[in-house]
Design a protein around this ligand. Structure first.
Ligand SMILES: Nc1ncnc2c1ncn2[C@@H]1O[C@H](COP(=O)(O)OP(=O)(O)OP(=O)(O)O)[C@@H](O)[C@H]1O
Length: 277
């Protein structure tokens, strides 16, 4: 079993030889990755390659079938439910939808986690929320209703909410999906600047090569159930590996599979369908 005792303190998230799956289906195997304080790490890969599954393992929602997932130097297989909750408080998550509470205004949406998890005085809370709204360029939108702001602004409010507890690790699940090019660039730079300003680690799941390569320190390319390549954006950009090049250039033909692989469950389902007709 990999030793965790030598993990340096700046290692926020570590996966060592991890296998993940659901039921009798294996999704990922031999995954090893490190995320350090201050780093922005991008997880890229085709649809269904297992990026969200990896994120679920990092938050302790699913357990590793092999290997070790350690969060803030704690092996998630060894922690109690209470300890997991404490670890999660050091973590911010921006889900794909990043849904806001529509009955609360912008300020109250961002204040929500603070009211739930801290005992800040009203003036401290006001300062903290306005500070985070300022970081996403929306200090002056604090009073607006969610129905009065645009979709791109709502994303930025969700971003402010994800970091308001000043987490040590922020996980972003497809933060650029559905954004116009300008909002996309702004969001990417915000992720980088929030990481630098808060000194936290950021893990970004994305399909967007240009933006993630512009802000990431390290990129992991996931495919065919494993990490196919990883490195700095420059290293990956210069890689002669046909898989990496096909992925980066978005070419239809090459080693990156498009079709979802067949499984015994699909084959038996299909047989049943055919037998009925
Ligand atoms: N709860 C679940 N039960 C069973 N299989 C699941 C479950 N969640 C995901 N899967 C399967 O795991 C595989 C990886 O899914 P995952 O959502 O991790 O991919 P992804 O890389 O995030 O995809 P996308 O980019 O399309 O969101 C897929 O084949 C999916 O069908």
């Amino acid at each position: 079993m990999p030793s965790l005792s030598s993990a340096p303190d700046d290692l926020v998230l570590r996966l060592a030889d991890v296998s993940l799956g659901y039921g009798d289906v294996s999704i990922l195997r031999d995954i090893s990755l490190n995320v350090r304080r201050g780093q922005v790490v991008a997880l890229m890969g085709g649809s269904g390659s297992g990026k969200t599954t990896l994120l679920r393992a990092a938050t302790g929602q699913i357990k590793a079938r092999a290997g070790v997932v350690s969060l803030f130097n704690q092996d998630l297989a060894q922690v109690t439910g209470d300890q997991l909750q404490t670890l999660r408080q050091k973590m911010g998550v921006l889900f794909q939808q990043g849904a806001l509470f529509t009955d609360l205004n912008v300020f109250e949406n961002v204040a929500f986690p603070l009211r739930e998890h801290t005992k800040l005085s009203p003036s401290e809370l006001l300062a903290r929320v306005l500070d985070k709204l300022e970081a996403v360029g929306l200090r002056t939108a604090a009073h607006l209703k969610v129905s009065e702001i645009s979709g791109g602004m709502a994303r930025r409010v969700a971003l402010a909410r994800a970091v308001v507890l000043e987490p040590e690790l922020v996980l972003y699940d497809e933060p650029f999906a559905g954004l116009d090019p300008i909002s996309l660039g702004i969001t990417a730079r915000l992720i980088r600047s929030l990481s630098d300003r808060l000194g936290c680690a950021s893990v970004v799941i994305t399909h967007d090569i240009t933006e993630s390569f512009a802000i990431a320190d390290h990129v992991y390319l996931i495919g065919q159930g494993a990490i196919k390549a990883h490195g700095t954006p420059t290293t990956l950009g210069n890689s002669p590996d046909p898989y990496v090049q096909q992925f980066l250039k978005g070419e239809p033909d090459g080693p990156v599979p498009f079709d979802y692989p067949s499984t015994p469950k699909f084959e038996s389902w299909l047989k049943q369908q055919e037998a009925r007709r």
